[in-house]
Design a protein around this ligand. Sequence first.
Ligand SMILES: *[C@@H]1O[C@H](CO)[C@@H](O)[C@H](O)[C@H]1NC(C)=O
Ligand SMILES: *[C@@H]1O[C@H](CO)[C@@H](O)[C@H](O)[C@H]1NC(C)=O
Length: 475
Amino acid sequence: MISVRVLCLGLLLVMPCCSTLEQKRPNFVLMMVDDLGIGDLGCYGNRTLKTPSIDRLAETGVRLTQHIAAAPLCTPSRAAFLTGRYPIRSGMGGFHKLGIYIISAASGGLPVEEITFARLAKEQGYDTALIGKWHQGLNCERSDDHCHHPRAHGFNHFYGITMTNLRDCQPGHGTLLVNVHAHIPYGTLGAGVATLAFLHLKGVVRVPRRLTLAAAILLALLVSSFAAFVFVFPNFNCILMRNEEIVEQPFNSENLTQRMTSEAIEFLEKNSARPFLLFFSFIQVHTALFASPYFRGRSQHGLYGDAVMEVDWSVGQIMQTLERLNLQDNTLVYLTSDQGPHLEEISIHGEVHRGWSGIYKAGKSTNWEGGIRVPGILRWPGLLPAGKVIDEPTSNMDVFPTVAQLTGAGIPKDRIIDGQDLMPLLRGEVERSQHEFLFHYCNGYLNAVRPHNRHSDTLFRNIWFMSWLMFMESV
Ligand SMILES: *[C@@H]1O[C@H](CO)[C@@H](O)[C@H](O)[C@H]1NC(C)=O
Ligand SMILES: *[C@@H]1O[C@H](CO)[C@@H](O)[C@H](O)[C@H]1NC(C)=O
């Protein structure tokens, strides 16, 4: 042991390659907030919503101003984050309108052939945990085969929800199933029956009794089966699990972030003497919004602002725990959002339940800048500069190769990885991001491209390239 150390020390003196970076295998705390807008954070320019813990993370780390989610929706964006690949490569960018899972009985999910950063870290001896939202599928054939479960993807521990938070998951927030487009057939049928009944009563037309009766029964059946579906929906889709066990069905959002935070602290304490990777995936600030009693009414921005403040509190707790356990200097901390804010969200009582994309146009589920430009903060004292701001294009897919390199696993060679190792850029060893292009998909469809030509900044070339690409898409 000693001789190895001496040898390495010797190498360090003579070889510039043996940098301090290669000596250290850091722990990882990767935090992702759901639907948080880049304009919601103090460190990205918000003056009224207080996020001191996240701001401190940025002050003591690197803040990325052009950090891009690989997709403007949860399921594909998270698939890209976990695997470092565009969602279409793993089949997680669909060709239908609905780009996410909303029913836990769906047989789809992140294919087990995909390699997540958790699996790589686990193979390198790290203890790994996912606390919070997964949204990458659950089962294939049976209700308990758990083929897409986080534990099938390299997470040793799981405490959280397999799907996403939905309006239906909390009483009093309405249902996402009330969507005007989906109900046009019901509405048309209802209006037809009502008109006929009216004309019949007025004596304008004579509708045979049996026909009226049959239509009324059909309508009642449709309405009651829909109501029954809405009624049972939370039981089947809002499920809190610990590993393979269901612990709440439907889950109770009361103090949920606090419970998740305690779980995270326990995980950190248990692993203070061995390498770990924690993916802390907030269930806030997706609707249905919730905030613990302590945070309710604290912000100037309604329940939405309260929820952001609770997220910030949780980040603070995790950072304090790292400090208390003396782990802050060998832990790489990352914070992001899975996509832009959900601008259309107004609660059934008319309260604004959406975040803010700042100066960027539009939000979640669009490929305008506001839909994909997300916060990106990385902190690793000693190895990363404090307070640095980087304006180069980076992606949430970059976390995968960064983790792969730092754990010693290396970047998988048997497949295309779209992300780029962030360390050279963060440490200032290179000035420019390695991305020559970032492609912007909405589900399986390519909407735009962000060229970052290594040899030229001329707009002409970029416009030419984009037109060419759009032409190719259209043929
Ligand atoms: C939530 O936390 C508050 C105070 O911290 C406590 O009074 C309350 O009982 C908790 N609720 C649940 C459901 O645990
Ligand atoms: C701060 O965030 C809130 C909540 O999203 C938003 O309403 C407000 O406009 C933001 N303020 C600034 C200055 O961006």
